[in-house]
Write a protein that binds this ligand. Structure first.
Ligand code: GLP
Length: 241
């Protein structure tokens, strides 16, 4: 894993933005894996800026999001579909049908997971996957204890994850209890991975990631087994080093 230390969230976002722009510009049919949460919000704003300045085009780009809540409709403002439409998809020149997110409203969730895996395969795999880091080390919604061999699946969300994400909802009772997430093995098949980590509230998780062992108890630790991972972290996230 390569660690890039940035001064703050803004600089972290800028660095990630430039990596993505170069990747998109260097490939004929780029496939990006995207993440939600607060961490990449500024990055998405910067990508929109680059697009407006004609420094990048998304017309050839396919995207696959990591995860989606079960039971929220696409127009629910807490669904990850809504998040992506709002923060990025509707603001640049993506071809709409090329933006994939698991369907958390599917009546057959298992089938939906298999369909999602198939779509990634048909796209030729993910060229560049963006990840955020959960407080408990989750990546996507792969909670501690998830087998490293997991593929896209339905998960029961940890209490700690629901608490961390409750800030986006009216109350914790409204936070869904389940989600669909790309599996750990699915994520590891990405050709290149960027992990974004920002803020002091991630310092403990960051310390464990950098100094701890590879273990299913801490899902992000599996990234040490991938050949092309760049962690872009700000100083606040690294304050316990
Ligand atoms: C969420 C998402 C993850 C995200 C992580 C960190 O629960 N499922 O994909 O990376 O938690 O979120 P944040 O960036 O808001 O800290």
């Amino acid at each position: 894993m390569k660690l890039v230390v940035m001064e703050n969230h803004e600089e972290m976002s800028k660095y990630a933005c430039q990596l993505i722009v170069s990747k998109v510009n260097s490939l004929t049919s780029p496939v990006l894996g995207l993440a939600t949460g607060s961490t990449p919000e500024r990055l998405y704003e910067m990508l929109i800026e680059e697009y407006k300045q004609k420094l990048v085009s998304f017309s050839r780009v396919k995207t696959f999001n990591l995860d989606e809540y079960v039971g929220l409709r696409g127009h629910d403002k807490n669904s990850y579909r809504y998040y992506m439409d709002h923060h990025l998809f509707s603001k640049v020149n993506f071809t709409k049908r090329k933006n994939h997110i698991p369907n958390g409203m599917a009546s057959q969730l298992e089938q939906e997971c298999q369909r999602y895996e198939q779509l990634i395969k048909e796209a030729g795999g993910i060229d560049l996957q963006i990840l955020g880091l959960g407080h408990n080390g989750h990546i996507g919604f792969n909670e501690p204890g998830t087998p490293f061999s997991s593929r896209t699946h339905v998960v029961d969300l940890d209490c700690t994850t629901r608490e961390a994400n409750a800030r986006f909802f009216e109350s914790i009772k409204e936070v869904p209890t389940q989600a669909i997430t790309m599996g750990i093995e699915t994520i590891l098949e990405s050709k290149q991975i960027i992990l974004l980590v920002s803020g002091e509230q991630k310092a403990t998780a960051m310390q464990r990631l950098l100094n701890g062992e590879v273990s299913e108890d801490f899902p992000a630790s599996v990234l040490k087994r991938h050949h092309d991972v760049t962690i872009i972290a700000d100083k606040a996230a690294l304050q316990l080093q």
